[in-house]
Design a protein around this ligand. Sequence first.
Ligand code: 1Q0
Length: 215
Amino acid sequence: ADTSEEQKFSLREVLDSFRACLSENKEIFIEDYIAGWRGLVRFLNSLGSVFSFITKDAVAKIQIMGNHLKSENREHYVTFQSMVKYELENEQVEFHKRGNLYESGCRTILRLHRGLQWLQLFLDRLRTSTEDSKTSVMCSEAYNESLAKYHPWIIRKAAGVAFCALPGRPTFFEVMNVGTPEQVVAMLGEAVPLIAEVYNITEELYAQHNMLDLP
Ligand code: 1Q0
């Protein structure tokens, strides 16, 4: 097959990864979750270099998790649940102050998890939007309800600038590479509850272990 075609983003494959990350007994597979994030980053990068300060941090976190997946401890980094158990038992989680465990899987996933909440809110707005809705407005509303509360002023400011560079809804739908606007909306109708489920399971796991504020 033509490789340029293979590398083309499609929301479908991101959706497939997030679907595959959910196990039957509601555990979350790290490898598929990270694959979902790789697809999202690829999408955002295809929209232009204004977003590279956003993707840079996401890529760094994907890389940290990739290292865990390849490490000698990889047997513990299969699901979020096994990772949490392993890192807690081996004192690999810092609860009060950021120290030298910057590469802890738990704190790293927590950052992506907060990003997933933004995604869920944004995609839901996109799903219910009309032709003349502004992506930048939907994006910043979703951001203000999620990630913004964890970011200092300077990042919020820079994020606001980046949002203004987002393409309009028609272009956005096209780049998603799913089909007609109706097909995009149908796909989003599938994506939103799925992402919400992944988000809710993670949120509950982190809450159980008092890990929602890891530094
Ligand atoms: C389309 C625009 C996407 C905007 C997403 C919100 C971006 C918020 C701005 C994030 C700035 C990141 C700068 C660094 C932040 C870190 O300090 C922070 C904390 O980490 P640490 O190690 O310092 O404690 N990191 C984070 O908060 C991580 C945030 C990750 C969010 C990355 C979101 C990237 C999303 C990409 C997907 C876009 C797909 C759009 C639509 C998809 C349609 C199929």
